[in-house]
Design a protein around this ligand. Structure first.
Ligand code: UT7
Length: 363
């Protein structure tokens, strides 16, 4: 099905009318830890040329991707999530026991149940705290950050561990050239800390949305309650993701711009105020189109899709971590994280980078 631009604008207008995103926030919340984990194995375009009818030239021109990381057979989403979580907690400089909320955004959980968050929780040795998965595709990290932010700001929690982790390689059909070239595996984790009233806020605004009418545009057809796994579903390769690339492309370009403008407006800013734009890394052409629409110079946009492909819920976290590693996140920088994905969903987080230790030259 096709989502019209007009329909999506109507959705946006409804969101704006309802005043969503402006609760009475009591506590400032800031990022105090950031960690990532990617598998060491690289799948290059040359490798893919041996697997499907494609070429390095086509992949680079149409997507900007040169290689992606692929998890070893014995590694699942929770393993990457746990490694990223440990790195983020170490980066925050707090004992693991200080974490009191755990959210994992993923669409490739280890199992349908139990939640991957519970597996990570067990791995960290943190029994008792709430732990749950959140399914919002490539917008998952933005969604999870929004939920943790509100929980902390309301005073319900003190330190939240928010993880975006996916092993899309497990649900990609490596005989389908339309999707095989796009995706990679990875995990990113952030520790959010509740400050005291009056302290500087890190997270300034969020903007989330969804339009379920586009649900069939990017879907894993079988393996759930609608179509349980059977010989027939396996034979039809319905346990691999299906995507209408062109429709998702059009949606992505429009929503990247729109959601970023909305989150900036909520905090009284415009695109010109942005120091760093961290968009979901799906396709360089989508990122470039959104960058131009927002009027941003290339040096204010983070791009690593060339080396990791589309890592789904990990994507904006991996890009943020790389920006920090390269010294592009100075304290006080105004940063927008914007994702879009299956659902259809979209989500933006606007923050001031407040963390100073470990910024630049590490990891
Ligand atoms: O996280 C959100 C998830 N997804 C996305 O953000 C994806 C959004 N969409 C896209 O990034 C792009 O639509 C794709 C990269 C998926 C496809 O690029 P496109 O420029 O939209 O290509 P297309 O689908 O219009 O296909 C053009 C041609 C077709 O051949 P014909 O019919 O013109 O002969 C395809 O069969 O390119 C062909 N093609 C390929 N050729 C070589 C499709 N995939 C490949 C390939 N190698 N890997």
């Amino acid at each position: 099905m096709t989502i019209t631009t007009q329909a999506l604008f109507e959705t946006e207008a409804a969101v704006a009318r309802n005043g969503v995103g402006k609760p009475g926030l009591l506590h400032p919340v800031r990022v105090t830890g950031l960690g990532v984990a990617v598998p060491p194995a690289r799948l290059t375009n040359a490798d893919l040329e041996q697997m499907v009818d494609t070429s390095d030239e086509w992949i680079v021109t149409r997507t900007g991707i040169r290689e992606r990381r692929i998890a070893a057979p014995e590694v699942a989403t929770s393993d990457l999530a746990l490694a990223a979580a440990r790195a983020a907690i170490a980066d925050a400089g707090i004992p693991v026991s200080e974490i009191d909320l755990l959210i994992v955004a993923t669409i490739t959980p280890d199992h349908l149940f139990p939640a991957t968050a519970c597996l990570v929780q067990a791995g960290l040795g943190l029994p008792g705290i709430p732990a749950f998965d959140l399914s919002a595709g490539c917008s998952g990290l933005a969604y999870a950050l929004d939920q943790a932010w509100h929980g902390l700001a309301a005073g319900a929690y003190r330190n939240a561990l928010v993880i975006g982790a996916d092993t899309l390689s497990r649900i990609v059909d490596f005989s389908d050239r339309r999707t095989a070239v796009l995706f990679g595996d990875g995990a990113a984790a952030l520790v959010l800390h509740r400050g005291e009233p009056g302290e500087d806020a890190g997270i300034l605004a969020s903007h989330l949305g969804a339009d379920g009418r586009g649900g069939s545009l990017l879907i894993l057809p079988a393996g759930g309650s609608r179509k349980p796994a059977s010989h027939a579903t396996v034979a039809a390769r319905e346990h691999f993701l299906r995507m209408n690339g062109q429709e998702v492309f059009k949606f992505a370009v429009r929503i990247l711009e729109e959601s970023t403008r909305q989150v900036l407006a909520k905090a009284g800013y415009s695109p010109a105020d942005l120091d760093l734009f961290v968009p979901h890394q799906a396709n360089i052409r989508i990122i470039e189109a959104a960058r131009e629409r927002l009027g941003l110079p290339p040096e204010r946009v983070v791009v690593n899709v060339d080396r990791f492909g589309n890592t789904s819920a990990a994507s904006i976290g991996l890009a943020l971590a790389e920006a920090r590693e390269r010294g592009r996140l100075r304290p006080g920088a105004l940063v927008a994280l914007t994702g879009f994905g299956t659902g259809l969903t979209w989500g933006s987080i606007l923050l001031r980078w407040t963390k100073t230790e470990n910024d630049g030259g590490q990891k």
